[in-house]
Design a protein around this ligand. Structure first.
Ligand code: SF4
Length: 688
């Protein structure tokens, strides 16, 4: 007989989705790591302290409505009536695209799916996107172009345990997902990162390019692989297309030129390629450091080109993968909350896809809107003549996490109606006209898809406090008030998942053979899983890539400058990233005492020489200024920083927001903002 006080579930935070067992104790909830393949009994500090989230004192418990400038508690009926009336009015005045929807990469598969359906059917708006655009869109676009299919890791994490050499390009898993490191214990690590991160400290070789030059480095590594005779000619001939065009671009990136542009010594470039080429088992993994650029797609493609030239992807014991960041970063991009996608990871402009999804939804394909604006473009358009006058935000805090944050806050303030569904107050709920309190991880059922494409069950341990409701109920409540049939928006996660299975059938991410029953029976199911007897697909591409001819594609990429280039006014480059004890915008982790103690506020890492030149002292506040604005952060002197670069974590609010500095340059294909490069100056911050 199972103990009703205990559930097996997964950590609420990152894409590793470590397995946990939660128990209701007399004085709260305790957590134990489960013996789950990705974490094998390990958890990071965030996972160990996750139960604290369930008891945060300022948990949102009741719907709130802004009256006379103040948010005041109201009933659900009043809140949802207000939302529906406001949306109806705007829609009548300005058409369906006057309403925008902003989702999140932490939402369960069921929520992401129903949110996309709600936007396209109940609102009929094309204006939906989500914060995953800021996280993984460049790797998704590059992976799809190269392999015909994007799944973060096309192999289980546990395969990495057999690696001799792993190249990590712009990834810092020792801080962002520490249990992953146990799979890298036997590997020699080659780390590409401008910072001396916790991962770089464990590296056999650390390459420190100037932020924004990773693509030049990738081109240079391909150049060395070719010239020094390390390419796998048979693999390139039999399994790929487009090598010659890619090589034409890499040809001019000889090692000395790469050293001049990136700052990475010729000997280090050669050593990195030699280590990868001579290893029996080697992997290339990319992270946000390669992706969050206005040339993020090309940068990731540059590293995929290198992996293809060395014959790694789609072979046992070798491969290329992307370390997805957010908890449901993988599932979040597959079920239709992305501006250009429908469920099953289908393209919204594909007529066959539209017909399939429309049939599942019981409507004509013409009813479905086309592609909408990408996340930053959507935020940038809010309150403008052509842009949405209302925004519904689910599971996101763009006032802190979006680039050019002060501008985004101004746009949010300019809305006629801002509705935010969340379980804790955030810098975005502070701006809202209506706040809707929703359930969080241990209070709800559902599924998540981790970075390996493995579908996992999230299980409910306890009821939510106060009047909090599930996001599915919220969507149902708004949709029915807008005149939609209630049965179109199921409120039970299992029912939503059953529909999601049908909608995904035949798509790139096919979940049709995955069910709650199979997951609850303990089956390990990685998509694609096209029928109820299919074992799932932990390893992709072993028999061929997903392009019709089965071949992978090289991409002919060329290096170009970042949107911001240092000059006399802004002579340094600021790059942003994460720390171990915080997660995303910090709305959750800043409320956990142990995490807040470990990482209490904004800081800036500066090389001692740079600090001396600028008159900065360790521990004192500094003002960092870009063309967008200024932020205040505590100086940390770090001898391993480049002298031309400073680093700021982006988890902190108020005047410490790193995204006050970042700009609006976007990748032309993925629409990824350039979080990793801002030209700045730094000076002591003197308080009056
Ligand atoms: Fe949670 Fe990620 Fe830490 Fe695992 S690594 S405990 S999933 S935050």
């Amino acid at each position: 007989m199972p103990d009703p006080r205990t559930v097996a579930t997964h950590c609420p935070y990152c894409a590793l989705q470590c397995g946990t067992r939660l128990t209701r104790e007399r004085d709260g909830v305790s957590v134990r790591p489960a013996d789950f393949p990705v974490n094998q009994g390990g958890l990071c500090q965030k996972g160990w302290t996750a139960p604290s989230l369930l008891g945060v004192p300022d948990r949102l418990r009741h719907p709130q409505l802004r009256r006379d400038g103040e948010l005041v508690p109201v009933s659900w009926d009043t809140a949802l009536d207000t939302v529906a009336t406001g949306l109806d009015r705007l829609r009548a005045e300005r058409g369906p695209d006057a309403i925008g929807v902003f989702g999140g990469g932490g939402l369960t598969n069921e929520k992401a799916y129903l949110l996309g359906k709600f936007a396209r059917l109940a609102l009929r708006t094309s204006q939906i996107d989500y914060n995953g655009r800021f996280c993984m869109s460049s790797a998704a676009a590059a992976g799809t172009a190269a392999f015909g299919l994007d799944r973060g890791l096309p192999f289980p994490v546990t395969d990495l345990a057999g690696a001799d050499v792993v190249l990590l390009a712009g990834a810092n898993p020792a801080e962002t997902m520490p249990p992953l490191m146990q799979h890298l214990r036997s590997a020699q690590l080659v780390v590409i990162d401008p910072r001396g991160t916790a991962t770089a400290e464990q590296a056999a070789l650390h390459l420190r390019p100037l932020p924004g030059t990773d693509l030049a480095l990738a081109l240079g590594l391909l150049h060395i692989a070719v010239v020094d005779g390390h390419t796998d000619a048979g693999y390139v001939r039999e399994r790929t297309e487009g090598f010659e065009a890619a090589w034409q671009r890499a040809m001019s990136w000889w090692p000395e030129r790469v050293e001049r542009v990136t700052g990475v010594a010729v000997a280090e470039q050669r050593q990195a390629v030699r280590m990868l080429a001579e290893a029996t088992s080697a992997y290339v993994l990319t992270g946000r450091g390669a992706e969050q650029h206005s040339k993020g797609v090309d940068t990731v493609s540059g590293f995929i080109n290198l992996a293809l030239a060395l014959g790694l992807p789609g072979r046992p014991g070798r491969g290329y993968g992307c370390l997805t960041g957010q908890g449901n970063g993988q599932g979040g991009r597959e079920h239709g909350q992305k501006a250009d996608q429908l469920p099953g990871y289908r393209t919204i402009t594909d007529q066959t896809a539209r017909e399939h999804v429309a049939e599942v939804w019981g409507v004509l394909p013409e009813v479905l809107p086309g592609p909408g604006r990408s996340a930053y473009e959507l935020l940038d358009a809010l309150g403008t003549e052509d842009g949405p006058g209302a925004l519904l935000v689910f599971g996101s805090n763009p006032a802190v996490s979006a680039p050019h944050a002060e501008h985004v806050v101004r746009r949010l303030r300019s809305l006629d109606l801002l509705v935010v569904a969340d379980f804790v107050p955030s810098e975005t709920t502070e701006l809202a006209d209506v706040v809707l309190p929703v359930t969080q991880w241990a209070e709800e059922e559902g599924t998540m898809t981790n970075l390996e494409g493995r579908v996992l069950r999230r299980r409910r341990l306890q009821a939510p406090p106060g009047d909090a409701r599930s996001d599915l109920e919220v969507l149902h409540g708004i949709a029915t008030r807008l005149g939609e049939p209630g049965e179109r928006y199921p409120t039970r996660p299992r029912e939503v998942f059953e529909e999601l299975r049908r909608a995904s059938a035949g798509g790139r991410a096919d979940y049709s053979g995955i069910s709650y029953e199979r997951l609850d029976a303990g089956e390990a199911l990685h998509w694609p899983c096209p029928n109820g007897h299919h074992p799932g697909t932990p390893r992709l591409f072993l028999d061929g890539f997903a392009h019709p001819d089965g071949r992978a594609r090289f991409a002919p990429v060329e290096h170009r400058e970042a949107g911001d280039v240092p000059d006399e006014v802004f002579p340094l480059t600021a790059t942003t990233g994460r720390v171990l004890a915080q997660y995303q915008s910090g709305a959750q982790t800043r409320r956990v005492a142990e995490l807040n103690e470990a990482s209490p506020g904004a800081f800036v890492e500066v090389h001692p020489d740079t600090a001396a030149r600028a008159g900065l002292t360790d521990g004192a506040p500094a003002r960092i200024t870009s063309a967008r604005g200024s932020t205040i952060a505590e100086v940390r002197l770090v001898p391993t920083m480049r002298t031309d670069t400073v680093f700021l974590p982006f988890h902190f609010p108020g005047e410490g927001r790193a995204n006050l500095l970042t700009g609006d340059a976007l990748d032309p294909r993925s629409r990824m903002p350039e979080f990793k490069v801002s030209a700045v100056r730094i000076e002591p911050h003197r308080t009056a």
